[in-house]
Design a protein around this ligand. Sequence first.
Ligand code: 2BA
Length: 108
Amino acid sequence: MKLVLAIVQHQDAANLVDALTEQGYRVTRLSSQGGFLREGNLTLMLSVEDHQVNLVIKTVREHCSTRTRYVSPMPPIAESGEFYPPAPLEVQVGGATVFVLKAETAKL
Ligand code: 2BA
């Protein structure tokens, strides 16, 4: 058994969960937040057989898009009378960040 953790963007989550459940996978959605942008994202948790991992990753890849976000860095400490507003920083977010871990499942 493997535990697949997929961190995805909100915009992609609904279609991805629909696709995974239609294929018969059991999915748990966890609300999460990225440490860098501090924006909400979703972590999907699936416990699957080893041979299903590649199919799950394929489905995640098909439903998760890369998007561009802009971050405003903190302004540098200004010297006397000088102010240089920092340029927004462009970052690419997504499609998805996926971790695959060995797992044992016990339903109690
Ligand atoms: P965030 O931490 O909010 O990161 C959002 C995007 O900002 C990242 O997109 C990446 O393009 C950029 N970024 C993150 N940390 C950076 C840094 N130290 N310097 C420059 N740019 C940085 P993704 O790579 O697509 O990641 C999307 C989300 O997936 C992340 O949100 C985080 O929640 C999670 N994630 C990504 N890599 C991870 C890892 N190695 N471990 C745990 N969570 C991870």
